[in-house]
Ligand binder design. Sequence first.
Ligand code: GRF
Length: 192
Amino acid sequence: MKKTPIAILISGRGSNMNALIEACARPDYPARIALVLSNNPDAPGLETARAAGLDAVAIDHRLFPRDRDGHEKAIDRELTNAGVEAICLAGYMRVLTPYLVGRWQGRMLNIHPSLLPAYPGLDTHARALAAGDAEHGCTVHLVTDGVDEGPVLAQARVKVLESDTEQSLASRVLEQEHLLYPAALATFLDKQ
Ligand code: GRF
């Protein structure tokens, strides 16, 4: 079967990346990881990726002060050189400019820890708890210029419990993220 070469962009621990690594290791999974890339050279996920035998590079945004375009052009060069055909943002904590979003329009996915359109941005679990929501969850969506606004590809729901803290809710949502992202990516690629 054709395995589409993908890149995963991370900034931190990379647990969603790890779920994608495990999925891509399956012979019947429609993607392979051509590159892991981080804006943060200290992202623990880079070591995880290298330990799995993957190419993992850091392009430190701090080396491009006041030059977001320069940073994104450097990222784009790496993606192109690696032959990437689709991108998964997985805890990538920089807002992308219209330049990179436009270059990869319709081929860049993100996972967000809320049931979008509820709670774009940060602190989603605390906001869901503060609002008294009965349900919370996560969303895989296509990336567009608006932050966390692109078309929804898939969602997973969790019930909010009386006893939930921000941490307990985050950890139940994260379990769902690890199932949802590989499944949503496979469905997306199968439709291409
Ligand atoms: C996840 O909750 C993801 O939804 C959000 O950032 C977090 C990244 O976690 N975009 P990890 O680095 O994948 O563990």
